[in-house]
Design a binder for this molecule. Structure first.
Ligand code: PSU
Ligand code: MG
Length: 229
């Protein structure tokens, strides 16, 4: 399959740059275990990439938790404070972000996380890397992002921040989540998916390209500067 050349790149964060998907699973399992429930991967698949309020609503209702949305959010925040500061980088993320930076490819962050959640995940260990993103959009706290992924809003808002006003087809998105891939396609962008190995293959079909790890990405496929070694 032939890919179209691009000039700009947008990165998802959770599960793509940082291993925070594992940490979300741990955080939510810790809460729902109190009620003898399971935070299954099937449920997680549906809400990965959604805005945080939507996520909380869905978990409380699908698992029929005997607590309010507000209580669930409060308990989640306690878990996140413990777990997120130790988030680790996913394989190849640092190499790829630094490569684009060094080669003057404009990059933006398009995360569904709120700014507070981003701070918890990034401030302690990863500030230097995330400082390489001149443009960042926080989908759960940016009023311009009216609808979360799988709606296209976050990628359109993110693309608008680049100088020169690139068209959607000039932008390449990196995503791990099915909802993120749907959002990127709806925005008219090509999308490289790096899914969790548990994602059923038929749910990856909409991605322009599926790879196992960011280490496998070849920028020249999309007309971007290749790795020299
Ligand atoms: O197990 C989960 N995964 C992901 C999320 C949601 O996904 C968003 C992260 O998305 P992104 O990959 O766009 O940064 C978070 O804000 C969170 O609401 C979640 O709640 N639970
Ligand atoms: Mg993600």
């Amino acid at each position: 399959m032939a890919f179209n050349p691009v000039t700009h790149v947008l990165f998802d964060m959770d599960g793509l740059i940082l291993n925070t998907e594992e940490l979300y699973t741990e955080a939510f399992q810790n809460i729902v275990s109190r009620y003898g429930k399971n935070y299954t991967f099937e449920l997680k698949l549906k809400l990965m990439g959604l805005q945080s309020l939507e996520t909380a609503k869905m978990i409380v209702s699908e698992l029929e938790l005997p607590m309010t949305i507000e209580e669930f959010i409060e308990e989640s925040n306690k878990q996140f404070k413990l777990l997120f500061p130790e988030a680790q980088l996913m394989p190849g993320a640092k190499r790829l972000i630094e490569h684009f930076h060094q080669n003057n490819v404009p990059i933006g962050l398009a995360t569904s996380s709120s700014k507070d959640s981003y701070d918890l995940k990034v401030t302690k260990h990863h500030l230097e890397l995330f400082d390489l993103f001149p443009y960042k959009t926080f989908g759960s706290s940016d009023p311009e992002v009216k609808n979360g992924k799988p709606h296209p809003d976050i990628f359109l808002v993110s693309a608008k921040k680049f100088p020169g006003n690139p068209k959607p087809e000039q932008c390449l998105v990196f995503e791990d989540a099915v909802n993120g891939v749907t959002a990127a396609k709806a925005a008219g962008m090509q999308v490289v998916m790096v899914p969790d190995p548990r994602v059923p293959k038929e749910l990856t079909n909409d991605a322009t390209l599926v790879i196992n790890s960011l280490l496998d990405f070849k920028p020249e496929l999309f007309g971007l500067p290749p790795f020299k070694f």
